[in-house]
Design a binder for this molecule. Structure first.
Ligand SMILES: *Cc1c(COP(=O)(O)O)cnc(C)c1O
Length: 410
């Protein structure tokens, strides 16, 4: 069995290039022509595999999808325009008005807004459960539940739950488990081995390789029997195991127009080639910075699943094979100290993205979570005194020196 990076580099383009180009070409074309009317009819009916229109599929996007499929050993992958588009498409395909999903309370900010505002207006109910307690999850499930939803590492709490336990719970109730694996990617976490039915990832982060474009992917791990999902079951007769992918490609994804731009797919394919190297380096840097911070008297708390003091250390260590991601959060005395710290840095940039090649820092309470009240933020685990650092791939000594600079400014 080939390793991750070998597969990322050597998965073949679906069709041999006419010029033998070693780097797959970028097909920035909307439409594709056919020899005759009969052929285009067959393509529309799905009887022969062919690209017709790039909102539905495109050769460059297909190349990225195929590589993701090989890397995840999944049934199929659909690349979409953003991480949020991935989440939206999956929920729209699985749930409808009058149904509910059971989710972790700790969620990416825009996901909360999607669930509680956008989709709530269309009649979807979100029930929050403590994902570390199967009894709590079970108590929230009823006959109208359509999926369980959680993130592999939550942000900024950096909570890691026993995903196998959650997927066993999902299986007992014949529900698909949907996991947002943005912070881990298939390099750190093999969602298929943990019973995750569908994984969604924001490719914008680690995968793009330098924050070059917004994008997302939907991965069907091929584990779930879609005959058990009320909205997908009728498609099972025609499409068998591919029913969920067909529901997306031939309806929800196509109709919502959430396609990935060919240029972004091309950049993401390049990103995949160095993904393992970059993540490994970012994890090593993050571990060193977390250790450094935990020795500083002015730092009140350091949260990183890689530290033995983290309550999530043991489970993260098994699930993610002793690599703990690139996010570290820590607390200073108050908001003023946080601002002073940020403003004194010379290398680490003040920006809202994460898992970029560059290290980025942000004060979550006044930015990403600014629209919530103090009490809501406390419930979400976002205190005023917390900074979130996304550790990049710079040279370790330069990062430590910059952190030192920040601490001296206090
Ligand atoms: C960034 C992010 C998203 C949204 O991705 P976009 O590509 O920005 O739409 C979803 N989930 C997590 C965990 C993220 O970090």
């Amino acid at each position: 069995m080939r390793g991750f990076t070998t597969k990322a580099l050597h998965t073949r383009y679906p069709k041999k290039d006419v010029h033998g180009a070693l780097r797959p070409p970028l097909y920035d074309s909307v439409a594709f022509e056919f020899e005759n009317a009969g052929q285009i009819q067959q393509a529309f009916e799905g009887r022969v595999p062919a690209h017709t229109y790039s909102r539905i599929s495109n050769p460059t996007v297909e190349d990225f999808e195929q590589r993701m499929r090989v890397l995840t050993e999944s049934l199929g992958v659909i690349a979409v325009s953003s991480g949020m588009a991935a989440i939206t498409n999956v929920i729209l395909a699985l749930a409808s008005a009058g149904t509910n999903i059971v989710s972790s309370r700790h969620l990416f900010g825009n996901t909360v807004s999607l669930f509680e505002k956008t989709l709530a207006d269309w009649g979807l109910e979100v029930r929050y459960a403590d994902m570390s307690r199967p009894d709590d999850i079970q108590g929230k499930i009823d006959e109208n539940t359509r999926a369980l939803y959680l993130e592999s590492i939550t942000n900024p709490q950096l909570e890691v739950v026993d995903i196998l336990a959650v997927s066993q719970c999902a299986r007992e109730f014949a529900l698909p488990l949907v996991l947002d694996g943005t912070l881990t990617t298939p390099f750190l976490f093999k969602s298929r081995e943990y019973g995750v039915a569908v994984e969604v990832i924001s490719a914008t982060k680690y995968i793009s390789g330098g924050a070059t474009g917004v994008g997302g992917v939907i991965i069907d791990n091929g584990l779930f029997d879609w005959r058990r999902s009320p909205k997908i079951s009728t498609l099972s007769k025609q499409y068998g195991r591919f029913a969920f992918l067909a529901k997306l490609r031939r309806e929800v994804f196509r109709n919502c127009g959430s396609c990935m731009a060919p240029h972004h797919a091309w950049m993401n394919t390049l990103g995949l080639e160095t993904l393992a190297l970059r993540i490994q380096h970012s994890c090593n840097n993050a571990m060193d910075i977390a250790r450094f911070l935990s020795k500083q008297p002015n730092v009140h708390a350091v949260n990183y699943p890689g530290l033995p003091t983290s309550e999530y250390h043991a489970i993260a260590s098994t699930q993610f094979k002793d690599r703990f991601g690139g996010l570290v959060t820590f607390e200073l005395q108050d908001k003023e100290q946080c601002f002073r710290f940020i403003d004194s840095l010379e290398i680490i940039r003040n920006a809202t993205n994460l898992n970029d090649n560059k290290s980025l820092i942000i004060h979550p309470a006044s930015t990403i979570f600014g629209e919530y009240s103090l009490r809501e933020r406390r419930e979400m685990g976002v205190p005023e005194s917390m900074l979130r650092l996304s550790v990049g791939i710079e040279d370790r000594e330069d990062l430590i020196m910059d952190m030192q600079r920040g601490l001296e400014s206090l």
